[in-house]
Write a protein that binds this ligand. Structure first.
Ligand code: NDP
Length: 316
């Protein structure tokens, strides 16, 4: 028979939102338990240099920042566990959660900080080479190294795509950027950076039709100009996708109010409260606007303070 563990404050997810919530909850003696999730440290572990987080005048790498946040949460005795929560039942006053290894946890408060994950185009050929590990990636910083001295293609026109294209341009002989409209979505400074990089070629109005390969690894991409109808093949060994993110909220959808794109809705603006009393949200799981480490950290702080006040009001 499986035993039930009672937890005062369960934090699901370990990005800047989760770790900041953990630091505040631990210092308030809430004895938080954190499940790190499928990607411990979250999306910042796939970023290179973070230059816009206050307090790091010389910048810091994403992975290094997450190591420091984890150490800070541990310093106040956060119980940090490797593993993930894959089912919840928030229908009663005790919030029930199950981990992937079958453990049942009953939590007085839950802080959802599950973040968001990279989106893919959804082409069969893209998914095939992604699963084979044969040249499709959604993270230039993680995988760019493998394509040193080679030619790569990246799809997307937001800040992420620009950042990744620029990163790849330092490793690869040539980077072709596929932009589906005739303009960038990225901020001007980021777009200008790629436009001014000699070994980045930008193809506007260009859709990806198929990722080509030899059955094992990527060899090129077949594209079409949506204005002229012209089709062509671009040779490359790496195909990078940087077209945005999907919030990791699927397991909550039967209990927590989500918007039409899957982001968690705040029940009360200016707080971290969800529609379920005792369940709070922080970070990108509820943020499709700002999506920054600093905003995630800020909402993590709010969630821990809201959880603490909720427990106090119950007399805990
Ligand atoms: P965005 O949603 O901003 O951009 C996604 C891009 O992908 C858009 O250009 C979009 O095209 C394109 N796209 C979406 N679907 C497809 C498709 N099926 N085929 C081709 N292209 C597609 O996501 P990002 O991840 O770039 O950025 C998310 C947020 O994070 C933003 O707010 C951004 O500013 C921020 N950010 C900030 C950074 C920084 O300041 N250093 C670094 C990285 C991100 P279209 O424009 O036509 O819709």
């Amino acid at each position: 028979m499986s035993t039930i563990e009672n937890v005062n404050c369960l934090i699901i997810g370990s990005g800047p939102a989760g770790y900041t919530a953990a630091i505040y909850a631990a210092r308030a003696d809430m004895k938080p338990v954190m499940y790190q999730g499928m990607q411990p440290g979250g999306q910042l572990t796939t970023t290179n240099e973070v230059e816009n987080f206050p307090g790091y005048p010389d910048g810091v790498t994403g992975p290094e920042m997450m190591i420091q946040l984890e150490a800070q949460a541990k310093r106040f005795n956060t119980d940090i566990r490797f593993g993930f929560v894959n089912k919840v039942d928030f229908s009663g006053s005790i919030h029930k959660c199950w981990t992937e290894d079958g453990k049942e946890i009953h939590a007085n408060t839950v802080i959802i900080s599950t973040g968001a994950s990279a989106k893919y185009l959804g082409l069969e050929s893209e998914q095939k080479y992604l699963k084979l590990g044969g040249g499709v990636s959604a993270c230039a910083v993680c995988d760019g190294f493998f394509y040193r001295g080679q030619e790569t293609v990246i799809v997307g026109a937001g800040d992420s795509a620009c950042e990744e294209a620029h990163y790849l341009s330092k490793l690869c002989t040539k980077v072709t950027m596929l932009v589906r409209r005739d303009e960038f979505r990225a901020s001007k400074i980021m777009a200008d950076r790629v436009k001014n990089t000699p070994n980045i070629e930008i193809l506007y109005n260009t859709d990806t039709l198929e990722v080509l390969g030899d059955g094992q690894v990527v060899t090129g991409v077949h594209v079409k100009n949506s204005k002229t109808g012209e089709e062509k093949t671009i040779s490359c060994t790496g195909f990078f996708v940087a077209i945005g993110h999907q919030p990791n909220t699927e397991i909550f959808k039967d209990f927590i109010d989500l918007d039409e794109t899957g982001y968690i809705k705040y029940a009360q603006p200016g707080t971290s409260k969800t529609n379920v009393a005792g369940v709070f949200v922080a970070g990108d799981a509820a943020d499709k606007t700002y999506r920054q480490a600093i905003t995630a950290a800020g909402t993590g702080c709010m969630a821990a303070l809201d959880a603490e006040r909720y427990l106090s009001a119950l007399g805990h």
